[in-house]
Write a protein that binds this ligand. Sequence first.
Ligand code: NAD
Length: 376
Amino acid sequence: MPISPVSRRHFIASTAAAIGAASLARFGTSTSLAADAPTSQPSKPLGYAFVGIGGLTMGQLLPDIMKCKYCKPVALVSGHPDKARAQALKYGIDQKNIYNYDNYDSIKDNPDIDVVYIVLPNGMHAEYTIRAFQAGKHVLCEKPMANTVAECQQMIDAGKKAGKKLQIGYRMHWDAPTLACIESLRKGAIGKLQIINAATGYVSGDPTQWRLNRKLAGGGCLMDIGIYSLSAARYFSGEEPTEVVAQTYQDTSDPRFKEVEQHCDFQLKFPSGVMASCMGSYNVAFNRYTVWGNRGCCLIDPGSPYHGVKYSIDTGRGPVPQPVADVDQFAGEMDGFAQAIAGTAPFKAPGEEGLQDMRIIEAIYKSAQTGQAVKL
Ligand code: NAD
């Protein structure tokens, strides 16, 4: 039956409100780490298999999982057997648990593996997530969740069909200074929020890398790094945007930007009246968020590094730093998923969170292409 414009509007509004409420419940009200402390522990550490042994897996995930309480590394999936063997040796992973992309589906016969962590180029996330669900495993998939809204939905559906859980790699959901900052904003430290400014970017290098290939990356700087600005606008406001206006820029004479945008500038309108002005870039190194309220300003600088998020609050007498001890974001994310699977902690970054970002990202690209505002 076709949905009437009124009931469609109502559906969109109530869906957005539900997503907003869910995000608040996950991010806004569980801002103290103590609130996420499990009431009981998972009975045994969950075994993680890492798919793709690139920069993130070797630089952050494998070192951080060694600090986890509720999970451990048990398997690797890689197209490079030598690299996989060396990493397995380094992290005490049984050599029999090294897989490649051809025998990946046989992880279904390996009871050591509880969770599959997808750390592949974005364009491969959907396929490898769905195959992990078909093998009967839970999935933690890196951001951005996939290349399109349709793929995100297929991933969520596959998880439901398999009766397994899906989490997206939104590490900031476990960052202690970020959580403390959100809590302070919710408590009115700078009054009623008015305007958010978010800028995330870095200078991209090798023109042959997958991040600059449209099929493998799904887009340019917005998909990879601008998504942090989008995410920050959502978690600082605690709301879901209702409208977006955007522009992108791509210098196709630069060998890096033949296929994808190098800058993306987008404005988001939120139901309370908060406005966010966000940028992502592959040609500028910045990482800073500013939130203005009617009684002051909060500067988060740097805004989303792996370690060392810092913020200060200025209510008219100059910025006052708010020191909050650092945590290992990826260890929190992997332990958090293990706890959520065991039912001892809330699900802070389920597939629906990735889907919502992807809906907004598609609207941003549509606005940039058409030059029109896009309603969400
Ligand atoms: P990377 O290029 O360093 O590693 C990618 C891995 O995928 C490599 O092991 C490569 O061999 C493998 N691969 C398999 N098929 C491939 C193909 N067809 N083309 C290219 N590589 C292929 O990338 P990365 O930085 O580890 O990023 C992997 C994922 O993690 C991406 O989705 C990225 O967005 C995400 N990521 C997230 C964060 C974060 O802070 N959460 C940080 C970095 C990367």
